[in-house]
Design a protein around this ligand. Structure first.
Ligand code: MIG
Length: 650
């Protein structure tokens, strides 16, 4: 049961794509609304109720006990008291006596106080008077989340190669740098499908250009790499450099495609290329135009992209030339103001004729860039593309995935990655992942191995790190053989993972879930945050602590324990309850649910070498269904599933 409540005159966000009946304000259940600025929606929580959701916010899977702010921001210090990250995912699920979910569909700032004072009250403060509130009533928390996924439209479907392993580093500058990464992986036998090109591939950081000294023949190079089963994935930033003579700039100015300043001329903000203008992504015509620009890359054979700096990030502006240190709100919990001045300085002209400051519609900017790029790529390519963005809003999940931005090489950040995955899935962002190994700071061998063993199960599995940090490619560490084993696990699992991802996306379901969603009656499973369900049949229990030789795992039911080492898979049947499992750094352990089977494949150095239909079956079930396609087709449907049955033992 889903209903909608409309307040004021909401801005079109394109988040919900299904018709949802609008009820009168007096019919609002669960919440009491207090008018004012901000308007506040409150509901009581019982001691035992759990609050899920809020996508890309810090802290645990149960959001209870803290305060979170939806106001997209580029802040690389991901301390767990950071109130907002890069995305705004305003959906939460209250798992109480009557489970329900609520989606606050407004692009302005929203503050979620999830019982931060411990007095059993959830209050959502919406700064704008204009919003749609969607209320979802489900049988369980999982059912509630699934119903929500049903109204926001199907997840973006990346190509198979996007499920391979990717290597990235801010600092690869030239064709030689990129080739070295490719060669070293191939030499060490570490599988690899793509290499990201960070801002240095561009001509002076200008979008839709390439530095021809560094990449003299990008098209030829991309083709040669593709023959080796490797793709190039360039970064695209939000701002367009002010440079008369550049056709993208000229056309944007001439057609009025950029955001305006207080004087009604194009707003000027400094980012990587120097002074730039921001495309007014909130308008359809501008999105069309921006999306079409990706032709520069697709003409050169590129099929994958990451969109960055689209909160948008601003170093300085025509109004703020100094004081680049943002006044971040890490302190007073009753003062939700963050650094907002810049966002009040530029304006969007909406398709409905209204003009809004970026501050009023702030959280839509990055998501609309994703929509523009995704729709453009869909027009330009006759196959599926890879796209992931830093900033996002619910709805953008239909056009691309996200990565969780500038984390760090710390164990906390690995734990945060574990918590993020189910929360993002509830908000539609199935294709997501973190910078494996950590962006800021220096990764250790142990951290990277444990992190890889976790991100082997996340759809986006990319090792990325910041310039001037320790080199973090697998082959830089002692015994690359161990890294090969862990990354190979990902490839051997791809028949299962790809199939389960595609099935979940096509069914508008979650791919990664909290344990409690699958075992709602199990009191103990309800409280577990460091084990997750991946696809229909697998449970994982990642190791997220330095020096840990193993960990305690809770099994809500008897399962098959699968250990992966350089010798391959070995299975043992494990009883329900707690068990201690020892996991050396060069091994990984996961679990298959009772009565389930999963298809696993052979080793491969890239997805092009994989034969998805050549599988062996692990687990205790009799049959399983595997989704198989060519990895590119846009014509994806559940009809592509094949059934495998376990052969009777001889
Ligand atoms: O101001 O392009 O989150 O992944 O390496 C930093 C350089 C800009 C931020 C992204 C990061 C990327 C970096 N970018």
């Amino acid at each position: 049961m889903i209903s909608q409540f409309v307040y004021g005159h909401p801005v079109e966000t394109y988040a919900v794509v299904e018709d949802v009946p609008v009820l009168g304000h007096e019919q609002l259940r669960h919440f009491t609304r207090k008018k004012g600025s901000p308007q506040a929606f409150s509901c009581p929580l019982r001691e035992e109720d759990i609050v899920y959701g809020l996508g890309e916010t810090m802290r645990g899977i149960n959001k209870r006990g803290y305060r979170y702010i939806s106001f997209n921001y580029d802040d690389p210090i991901h301390r767990d008291d950071m109130p907002s990250m890069y995305g705004a995912h305003n959906f939460l699920v209250v798992d109480g006596a009557e489970p329900f979910g609520a989606f606050f569909d407004t692009p302005a700032k929203v503050v979620f106080d999830v019982d931060s004072k411990g007095d059993g009250v959830l209050t959502v403060f919406c700064e704008s008077q204009d919003l749609r509130l969607y209320l979802v009533e489900g049988k369980t928390a999982y059912d509630t989340a699934r119903q929500f996924l049903g109204i926001i439209g199907r997840s973006f479907l990346p190509p198979l190669w996007a499920f391979g392993y990717g290597q990235s580093r801010w600092g690869y500058k030239t064709e030689r740098d990129v080739s070295r990464v490719a060669d070293k992986h191939r030499e060490a036998g570490i599988p690899l499908d793509y290499i990201c090109m960070d801002i240095d591939y561009m001509d002076r950081y200008i979008d839709f250009t390439v530095n021809e000294r560094r990449f003299p023949d990008l098209a030829g190079y991309a083709a040669r790499m593709k023959e080796r089963g490797l793709r190039l994935v360039p970064i695209v930033d939000a701002g367009i450099k002010i440079e008369p003579g550049n056709p993208v700039y000229d056309e944007g100015v001439q057609k009025g495609y950029f955001c305006l300043n207080h004087e009604g001329t194009c707003y000027r903000a400094e980012v990587w290329p120097g002074m730039t203008h921001f495309p007014d992504f909130l308008r359809e015509e501008v999105r069309q135009w921006f999306g079409d620009q990706y032709k520069f890359y697709t003409d050169r054979g590129l099929e994958g992209f990451w969109n960055d700096m689209n909160e948008p990030a601003i170093f300085s502006s025509e109004y703020r030339t100094q004081g680049t240190e943002p006044d971040l709100d890490h302190g007073d919990p009753d003062q939700p103001e963050r650094h907002t001045a810049d966002f009040k300085d530029f304006f969007h002209r909406l398709d409905d004729g209204r003009e809004k400051s970026n501050y009023e519609v702030h959280n839509l900017f990055g998501g609309m860039m994703t929509r523009a790029s995704g729709q453009g790529l869909d027009r330009l390519l006759d196959k599926r593309y890879l796209l992931f963005s830093r900033s996002s809003y619910i709805g953008a999940h239909r056009f691309g995935g996200i990565w969780t931005g500038d984390n760090a090489s710390t164990w906390e950040m690995l734990r945060q990655n574990v918590y993020h995955m189910p929360s993002l899935n509830m908000c539609g962002f199935l294709y997501s992942g973190a910078d494996t190994g950590g962006f800021g700071g220096n990764a250790t061998r142990e951290l990277l191995l444990r992190w890889l063993a976790f991100s082997a199960f996340t759809p986006l599995m990319r090792n990325h790190t910041c310039i001037h940090t320790r080199h973090q490619e697998c082959y830089r560490f002692r015994n690359p053989e161990d890294f090969k084993t862990i990354v190979s696990l990902r490839y051997r699992l791809l028949p299962y993972l790809y199939s389960e991802f595609m099935k979940a996306a096509l069914r508008q379901d979650m791919f990664i879930r909290p344990l409690a969603f699958d075992f709602p009656e199990d009191r103990k499973a309800r409280d577990i945050e460091d084990q997750l369900m991946v696809g229909e049949s697998v449970m994982i229990a990642p190791i997220v602590e330095q020096g840990a030789k193993g960990r305690i795992v809770y099994l809500p039911e008897p399962m098959t324990e699968v250990r992966y080492s350089r010798e391959g898979f070995s299975c043992t049947e494990a009883d329900a309850g707690e068990r201690t499992v020892m996991v050396p750094l060069n091994q990984a352990v996961f679990y298959i649910r009772r009565g389930k089977l999963i298809p696993v494949g052979g080793a491969a150095s890239c997805t092009a070498e994989l034969d998805l239909s050549d599988v062996e079956l692990l687990g205790s079930g009799d049959a399983c269904e595997q989704y198989i396609d060519d990895g590119f087709t846009k014509d994806c449907s559940l009809d592509r599933c094949v059934v495998h049955r376990k052969k009777a033992e001889a």
